[in-house]
Design a protein around this ligand. Structure first.
Ligand code: CP
Length: 302
């Protein structure tokens, strides 16, 4: 199975072999752009983005296709046009695929049933961000040489993170062991995935081969202001910030990740960016590769 002409919304029904085959295609992407073709890829971002939006733009160009960029703030949604009607309008212009990011209450899985062309999830509310998980897993594979048996520690605001959700889905599929640590009220609830729970960053870092700091999703929190949030934030900085001091407990050949955007001196201190184990910019580079390979597959390009 491949993603040709398919929606890419999450990893439901995906087999580990499909992921392995997909990752091997990334390695054989040509250095030059694919031949120019008539595909137009609609990039409908209803939430802010730097990495995902620009890497999909770059990926579209690398695929020999043209990006059609949408700006929610200057669109007719301000006149009352709905999310679905906006997408149907863009589809009627003859696009070959959509990349959509949104934070509406609607499910992309439901909305995409009304669309005839493939939809790639570019980040949906707190439910998922599958292409981020693909680039994270690809980065782990390249840096560590394997996925199965790796031990990935997620740190911080896991509960509100769509990146964490998609990573849990993909990494558990690929046989990766997962650990979590952070202030108690920021940890995920439910038993959908198996985790090691660490009551300190030190213990978590001693266990892990890869650590991933997560941004505090202030925009998605109900308690984003006030004393309670400020005291949780301070507790987080004191106990769970990645710094040269806390990283003394981390393996010399370990890998430090952050999906970005990161808040310097909150999730990580600036000096961590110069640590040879830190692969945050490699994640951005891999984001273009992963999204180019994915678009090529969805569009059925060679
Ligand atoms: N990691 C990520 O989704 O970053 P952007 O919000 O900048 O796209």
């Amino acid at each position: 199975m491949s993603w040709k002409d398919q929606h890419v919304l999450d990893f439901k029904g995906v087999k580990p072999e499909q992921i392995r085959t997909f990752f091997s295609k990334i390695d054989s992407l040509p250095k030059q752009n694919l031949p120019v073709n008539s595909h137009i890829v609609a990039h409908n971002f209803f939430e802010t983005s730097t990495r995902t939006k620009l890497s999909f733009n770059t990926a579209t160009i690398r695929c020999g296709a043209k990006p059609l960029n949408f700006s929610a703030s200057s669109s007719s949604m301000l006149k009352g046009e709905t999310f679905l009607d906006t997408l149907l309008t863009v589809q009627a212009m003859g696009v070959s695929a959509f990349v959509i990011r949104h934070g509406f209450g609607e499910s992309l899985r439901e909305v995409s049933k009304n669309l005839k062309v493939p939809v790639i999830n570019g980040g949906e509310g707190i439910s998922g961000h599958p292409t981020q998980a693909l680039l994270d897993a690809y980065t782990i594979l390249k840096e560590r040489g394997q996925l199965e048996g790796e031990r990935v520690l997620f740190i911080g605001d896991i509960k509100h993170s769509r990146v964490a959700r998609s990573n849990f889905e993909l990494l558990s599929l690929m046989g990766v062991k997962m650990g979590i640590c952070g202030p108690e009220s920021w940890l995920p609830t439910g038993d959908e995935y198996e985790f090691e729970l660490f009551d300190s960053l030190e213990k978590g870092l001693k266990w892990a081969t890869v650590c991933m700091a997560l941004r505090i999703q202030k925009e998605r929190r109900l308690d984003k202001t006030g004393g309670n949030f400020e005291s949780e934030l301070q507790k987080f900085i004191n106990g769970y910030q990645l710094s040269q001091k806390s990283l003394k407990h981390f393996a010399n050949d370990g890998v430090i990740l952050h999906p970005g955007p990161f808040n310097r001196e909150v999730e990580i201190t600036s000096d961590v960016l110069n640590d040879s184990r830190c692969k945050i910019w490699t994640q951005v580079e891999n984001g273009v590769k992963v999204r180019t390979a994915l678009l090529a597959e969805v569009l059925g390009l060679r």
